[in-house]
Design a protein around this ligand. Structure first.
Ligand code: PGA
Length: 249
C-alpha cells in the first residue's frame, strides 16, 4: 500500500528509462504495484522489459458473487501474468492460512499465471530453532496437493518475517542455508531437475549495499525487494548487482 498513482507512475517511468541500460540486460524484472494501479503501471512499462504482477489473487473461485476478490483469470484477462502468493503480511494481517495459500496456487496455476510463492519464519520461530521445520511445512502444504503445477511458472521467495521492513537482513550464509533447504524440499517434491530450474529469491531488507553478497550465494537467484524498490536509483543498483552476478555464473 505504498504510493499514489502519480508517484508510482513517476517511479515506473524512471525505472523504465534506467532499466534499458546495458547493465540490466538479461534480467527478469517484475514490479508488483497496488491492484488499482495495475493497468496504468502496465501501460507505462509496456515499452520496456519490465513485467507487472499482482500482490495477491483469489483462492477459491474464478468468477461470481465474491465481493472484493480478483481471480487469476481476471488478472490474465487484463494482461497481468504474475502474482505474489502467501506474502507474510497477508499470512499475518489477512489470516491467510496454509490451505488458502495452496488453493491460491492451484487457481493461479490452473489459469496459467506465473507465481512468486513466499515463505519465511517469524523471529519467535527462528529463536525456538524451528526455522527449517516451518519452511518445510510451508513448502509442503503449498505444493504437495497441486493439480496444475507448472514448475516453469513457479518462483519461490524466502523472506524471513523478522527481516521484512526492519532493516535487519539475514546474513548471506543464513539465507543460503535456508535456500539450500528449500531447494532440497523442492527436489523431494518435484524431482531434482525441476528443483534446480526454479528461481529462489531472497527478500527482507535487500538494499544496494547488501545485494551483491546475497547474490553471490549459490542458491540465491534473485531478490524480492520491498522498501528499496520505492527508490528508483536504489532498485536499479540492486538490479545491476543481479546482472553482474548473472554474468559471473
Ligand atoms: P523489505 O520488504 O525489502 O522492505 O524488507 C520485503 C517485502 O515486503 O517483501
Amino acid at each position: 500500500m505504498n504510493g499514489r498513482l502519480e508517484q508510482n507512475l513517476h517511479l515506473i517511468d524512471t525505472l523504465v528509462k534506467q532499466s534499458t541500460s546495458v547493465a540490466c540486460a538479461g534480467l527478469d524484472i517484475i514490479v508488483c504495484p497496488p491492484l488499482v494501479q495495475l493497468a496504468q503501471i502496465q501501460q507505462a512499462a509496456q515499452a520496456s522489459n519490465i513485467k507487472v504482477g499482482a500482490q495477491n489473487v483469489a483462492a477459491y473461485f474464478d468468477d461470481g458473487a465474491h465481493t472484493g476478490e480478483v481471480s487469476a483469470p481476471m488478472l490474465l484477462d487484463v494482461g497481468i501474468n504474475f502474482t505474489l502468493i502467501g506474502h507474510s503480511e497477508r499470512r499475518q494481517d489477512q489470516a491467510e492460512h496454509a490451505e488458502m495459500i495452496s488453493q491460491k496456487l492451484n487457481s493461479a496455476m490452473q489459469a496459467g499465471l506465473y507465481v512468486i510463492l513466499c515463505v519465511g519464519e517469524t523471529l519467535v520461530e527462528r529463536e525456538s530453532g524451528s526455522t527449517l521445520a516451518i519452511i518445510s511445512s510451508q513448502i509442503q502444504s503449498a505444493l504437495s496437493s497441486q493439480q496444475h503445477l507448472q514448475c516453469d511458472h513457479l518462483i519461490v521467495a524466502y523472506e524471513p518475517v523478522w527481516a521484512i521492513g526492519t532493516g535487519k537482513t539475514a546474513s548471506p550464509e543464513q539465507a543460503q542455508e535456508i535456500h539450500a533447504h528449500i531447494r532440497n524440499e523442492l527436489s523431494a517434491l518435484l524431482g531434482s531437475d525441476q528443483a534446480q530450474s526454479i528461481s529462489l529469491l531472497y527478500g527482507g531488507s535487500v538494499k544496494a549495499d547488501n545485494a551483491a553478497e546475497l547474490f553471490s550465494q549459490p542458491d540465491i537467484n534473485g531478490a524480492l525487494v520491498g522498501g528499496a524498490s520505492l527508490k528508483a536509483d536504489e532498485f536499479i543498483a540492486i538490479c545491476q548487482h543481479a546482472a553482474t552476478s548473472l554474468n559471473n555464473d
